[in-house]
Design a protein around this ligand. Structure first.
Ligand code: SAM
Ligand code: SF4
Length: 333
């Protein structure tokens, strides 16, 4: 929801109240749609320290941001990341501290994350078949993620949601089983259309495209989906599965444009403030804080000014080579 107290307003009148922060580009998985098999990760000097991430997050909260999502890469593989969660959890203006994870470290960390003040977690899960899971993630183990989901449920977060990227002929046949799994676990699920971020050679993004309307039609053969009144000012379009508490969301960058509702910006692990996921417009906040240590007023002025270049909408085209050369892991999905 847009907060009237936010000082971050773009030329199209949109209030920014939500920042997604990538704390690492590294990951223990190599999902086919997210990364190439061989990836080069950034050297340490090039990425923000945890203290620098905290400084920038604090500045955003002082400017009216009330929601922070910690993501990556896989955020839980960053050394000492719990210390960051603990500090962020104490920011007075912050209403929602949330996390997106592949679930591989949740079995060990769920309880500590809850104690640190994390309210909700999105856990990526594209298939319930262990062999397919290995194929899609290249290095992941389904059992570890299922144990992570169990631990997160036990820890008692306000909300748990699964994220599933659906690819034609890879996992599109499983959308019904994934919804049934979410119902059984009494959690929610969102289906995501694959986005052309970064160059991958493993598959053609055009051939693997499986649209949200197709997923909805598949689900309609097994479930009754009732449009939900829930509005998050975000890209998800929500439905409730009749007779259950489970919500099913559709994130449809291709089939439904959600830019007019956009309330968010992203901070990359290199300290680039990205004004739009589907454009290159960015401001280098690492440079600002390293050149002006301790000058929060200046940092906040730079952030306010950055909003003036937030583009009106994203530009994705599945038929062409990606115009966005960043991979999702360095962007912060
Ligand atoms: N590693 C964590 C995870 O997988 O949840 C957090 C980072 S990951 C980049 C965040 C989300 O982006 C995941 O749900 C993932 O499935 C999704 N994602 C990655 N690459 C994508 C792409 N090319 N198109 C659409 N979603 C993508
Ligand atoms: Fe890692 Fe998440 Fe990307 Fe998969 S989607 S490779 S888990 S960052």
């Amino acid at each position: 929801m847009n907060s009237p107290s936010s000082q971050l307003i773009d030329p199209f009148g949109r209030h920014v109240t939500y920042v997604r922060i990538s704390v690492t580009d590294r990951c223990d998985f190599r999902c086919l749609y997210c990364m190439a098999e061989e990836m080069t990760f950034l050297p340490r000097a090039q990425i923000l320290s945890l203290e620098e991430i905290y400084t920038i997050a604090q500045a955003f909260c002082e400017l009216g941001v009330s929601k922070l999502r910690i993501t990556g890469g896989e955020p839980l593989v960053r050394n000492n990341v719990l210390d960051l969660f603990k500090k962020l959890g104490k920011l007075p203006a912050l209403k929602e501290l949330v996390l997106t994870t592949n679930g591989s470290h949740l079995a060990q960390m769920a309880e500590d994350l809850k104690q640190a003040g994390v309210k909700r977690i999105n856990i990526s899960l594209d298939t319930l078949n262990p062999f397919k899971f290995k194929q899609l993630t290249r290095t992941g183990e389904l059992a570890t993620v299922l144990a992570g989901i169990k631990a997160a449920k036990r820890a008692g977060f306000e909300r748990l949601k699964l994220n599933a990227v659906i690819l034609k002929n890879r996992n599109h046949q499983e959308v019904g089983d994934l919804v049934q799994f979410a119902i059984d676990q009494q959690i929610d699920i969102s289906f995501i259309e694959e986005m052309p971020l970064g160059a991958i050679s493993e598959h053609s993004r055009l051939e693997s495209y499986y649209s949200s309307p197709l997923i909805k039609a598949d689900l309609a053969t097994r479930f009754s989906l009732i449009p939900s009144l829930e509005k998050t000012a975000g890209p998800s379009d929500y439905f409730t599965v009749a007779g259950t508490q489970t919500k099913v969301g559709f994130i449809s960058p291709h089939s439904a444009n959600f830019c007019s509702q956009c309330n968010r910006v992203r901070l990359t692990v290199e300290g680039q403030l990205l004004l739009c996921l589907g454009n290159e417009h960015a401001v280098d906040l690492k440079k600002v804080i390293r050149a002006n240590p301790g000058d929060t007023a200046y940092l906040k002025q730079i952030i306010r000014n950055a909003l003036l270049i937030k583009p009106e909408k994203h530009e994705f085209n599945l038929k062409e080579q990606p115009i966005i050369l960043r991979y999702m892991n360095s962007t912060g999905g």
